[in-house]
Design a protein around this ligand. Sequence first.
Ligand code: FAD
Ligand code: NAG
Ligand code: NAG
Ligand code: NAG
Ligand code: NAG
Ligand code: NAG
Length: 526
Amino acid sequence: MQILAGILSLFLLAFISISGASLAHNKNDFLECLTLQFQSFNSDSDSIHTPKNASYLSIFQSTIWNLRAASNSGQKPVIIITPYYASQIQAAIYCSKKHGIQLKVRSGGHDYEGLSYISQTPFFIVDMRNLRSISIDTKKNTAWVQTGATLGELYYTISQHSKTLAFTAGVCPTVGVGGHFSGGGYGMMSRKHGIAADHIIDAKLIDAKGKILDRESMGEDLFWAIRGGGGTSFGIVVAFKVKLIVIPETVTFFNVTRTLEQNATQLVHRWQYVADKIDDNLLLRLFLRSFNSSNGKRTIGAFFTSLYLGRVDDLLPIMQQKFPELGLVKEDCTEMPWIESTLFFAGLQGESLDVLLSRTQVSTAYSKGKSDYVTQPIPEHGLKSIWKFLEDEDENRVELQFSPYGGRINDFSESEIPFPHRSGNIFMIHYAVGWAESAESPRHINWIRRLYSFMARFVSKSPRAAYLNYRDLDIGMNNIKGNTSYRQASVWGFKYFKNNFRRLVNVKKKVDPTNFFRNEQSILPM
Ligand SMILES: Cc1cc2nc3c(=O)[nH]c(=O)nc-3n(C[C@H](O)[C@H](O)[C@H](O)COP(=O)(O)OP(=O)(O)OC[C@H]3O[C@@H](n4cnc5c(N)ncnc54)[C@H](O)[C@@H]3O)c2cc1C
Ligand SMILES: *[C@@H]1O[C@H](CO)[C@@H](O)[C@H](O)[C@H]1NC(C)=O
Ligand SMILES: *[C@@H]1O[C@H](CO)[C@@H](O)[C@H](O)[C@H]1NC(C)=O
Ligand SMILES: *[C@@H]1O[C@H](CO)[C@@H](O)[C@H](O)[C@H]1NC(C)=O
Ligand SMILES: *[C@@H]1O[C@H](CO)[C@@H](O)[C@H](O)[C@H]1NC(C)=O
Ligand SMILES: *[C@@H]1O[C@H](CO)[C@@H](O)[C@H](O)[C@H]1NC(C)=O
């Protein structure tokens, strides 16, 4: 998603205003309830932010990643709370039930549809930013990570303890642990080490009754559900315990560009036969954009952005044998410690490591994303049609990411955890369009929907699978008023979870039969 960060500038925050949404009488009762509860255990009200507090707006905005979602919403949160203790979350659950104000939980705020910070009904936000401690055990190679931590904080903290320990998760350092781990978590080491959710070994969760549970007390069904089924439907995850991974001290980064004039079409075509099968230590991610090349001519750029868990001298023979067409040479490659490579993938090369600790990525863009899984190589003529779509939009406004699967991801069965995207997938497609002009932009939204509809012939079918962490409300949502049928919810439920959807519904019935924890795409107790 570098494109969105790169092309757009910072003038839009003014558009987010606190609209004069009608304040129902129970909002005051709700505030009173919270204040009393907090006082009862001597925690003062500095973690309660109402629209009258100056802190409210800055906290609300500081981790809004998608301005489109923010501006679509009719409602702003009645209150934001920023708990330091689990007891404050328990109080929030109690008061939420008592006064009928919906609870939404936000960790990093990177939800594609803004479901952690918008709602169609009166709601408040439990913002996890102050619950972000990370403790690393270098003897057992494990870490307890509170969900308000970001990926950048986690990566940085691990690197301060060891040169050979790491974690396998996404590339953007401001993504939150809470949403990311509970929804999957794919990154540059996923072919060797799987996804973040594969490594969760314990958790602390507060359920709809306000009980604090760990793996043992929650039971294996609920513990299964929060590893890829999305946290939202089942409770508030306060912390995850994860198994860290062991990596070499030196890794190799490269990012080579090939344009149409440099046979990009043939290379991308060929890549599909290589990327999921090549050495697991190598993840060849592919970004595709249309741009003006140096001679001023519009072309397609294929950026092979890659990480090899090892040294360049071991990488080159692998590429020579398996993908000689790319013509990778030593000069394209840079060796570095893993932690430094995280800066490169985040587009932060050259910065000092503590940039990973910077939490606020103030959003500057309206965006829309979608996802697909590819199980059969797309023929060259198909790729050429995709290029036409890319050329239809302004240069650098749209981007496709092809993320290879295979390797360790396939070592688990589809039902091991709710994340079902295992063997059979060559790669995942991420579609993105971003703009800065105004919230309403049918042209851009239509572009991505047209492309998605065109792509149906090339991607997985029955269900046409999608990745939960690239949340997309186009594939369906719960009714805001009235009940949603199982049939209706199955449409997106099976795309995200395949057959695991059934078990998720059963877990939900057991742990939250009154549907306290809910959002526009949450699992319902049907
Ligand atoms: C710039 C960018 C880059 C990305 N890169 C990657 C990538 O490389 N790989 C990848 O796999 N994904 C990536 N994603 C997608 C990302 O994994 C998801 O958007 C993820 O859900 C974000 O988590 P969050 O905590 O930041 O979001 P939030 O918006 O805070 O939360 C997302 C959802 O999880 C719920 N939730 C949050 N915290 C908790 C909690 N503690 N307990 C229960 N429920 C909770 C929220 O209510 C919401 O429904 C990227 C997204 C963006 C915007
Ligand atoms: C918000 O305002 C109220 C009332 O003035 C005050 O008691 C409370 O401490 C303020 N909260 C914060 C976080 O500053
Ligand atoms: C592109 O492919 C053709 C035919 O295979 C080959 O002759 C040519 O050298 C390639 N061009 C580049 C820039 O690699
Ligand atoms: C790219 O090329 C198009 C068409 O030639 C032109 O209109 C546009 O201004 C160019 N963009 C840049 C940034 O040069
Ligand atoms: C890869 O190269 C392209 C083209 O120069 C650039 O736009 C992109 O940001 C680079 N990606 C990384 C991760 O360095
Ligand atoms: C929704 O479902 C509940 C529980 O099955 C039922 O009691 C209620 O009447 C339903 N509401 C509507 C509007 O159908």
